[in-house]
Design a protein around this ligand. Sequence first.
Ligand code: HEM
Length: 333
Amino acid sequence: MVEYDPFDWETAHNPYPVYRRLRDEAPVYYNERLGFWALSRYDDVVAAHLNTDDFSSAHGVTIEGMEKDAPFLIVKDPPEHTAHRKIVGRLFTPRRIAELEPFVRRTAAGLLDRLRDADRFDVIEDFSFRLPLDVISELIGIPSSAREQVHKLSDRVAVRDASGAMSEDAIGATLELAVLFTDLVRDRRANPGDDVITMLMNTPVEEMLRWDPPSHYQGRWTTRDVAVRGTVIPAEQRVILVTGSAVHDERKYPDPDVFDIRRDIDRHVSFGFGRHLCLGASLARLETRVAFEELLRRFPDFTIDETGAERHVSVNVRGLAKLPLVVQARAAA
Ligand code: HEM
């Protein structure tokens, strides 16, 4: 019997073998110990994303669901979600994001220029964490003096221990972050800035998102009994839509474990799907493309020091915390 525990360290490091077994052996999986269901086939994940009546986001989008009462767009159902999404959606259209490219490129170039004389740096800590943080901070008006702290606190908020519990440190970081933002909002009210939203283009690096997506599942809550593949998931149950598995579903993508940049991706679900489709998808795509362009222009001959790589494991997010690059100093093009 396949056992899927997203909090297990080994699974978090490489969940794909477990995902394959889930898809083949238990596409409607129930974990009694942790109290959640998991849908792992592409078709089922997409159908559940589209069915917001039966699969609600209002009980949170993680297994623990601790964020359920937070004032976040992501944990709202229609009609509240529809109204809020309409307001912020205007700021994140692909056209407006396209206009942001010069600004994103300046930010990327500024970060990399500081590393010009280095013979080695950590591409995660020194570059890829900072770029989206600096961009979104600029857009929402977080002063540069507070960015480092927001970044560190945000990282600590999402970390869980092996049992899936929120650590005291994560709770402390959440409170600190809340205080910091409350102060910032107060300051902004008193001194309104011109946080002008300019903006992008959509030249995806989609295969990377499919092959090893940053967000591995989206939690839902059944509002009534729902039958999936002949199994009835009762009402009032936590169900996770395992998008990390759906994008490796061989029923949808041939040879799914092979990284193939020419692959016909069609609609992947790495940014979610349907109503809660990632609001920042265009911005994330722009940042990724610019980051690679600027990085490779300066450091075309880098090698990766794999011994120094460290995985970052948090609630439903998978990625690297450290990835040292050994580089040859080279003037910016
Ligand atoms: C590669 C980077 C990113 C990935 C993989 C990603 C992934 C996702 C996923 C899977 C969802 C759906 C959650 C659900 O259905 O429960 C989501 C929602 C969301 N994302 Fe992203 N995201 C990324 C970057 C961003 C950025 C840069 C922003 C900020 C502008 C952002 C803002 C949001 C918001 C506000 C939602 C909630 C939308 C809603 O509920 O209507 N994301 N994201």
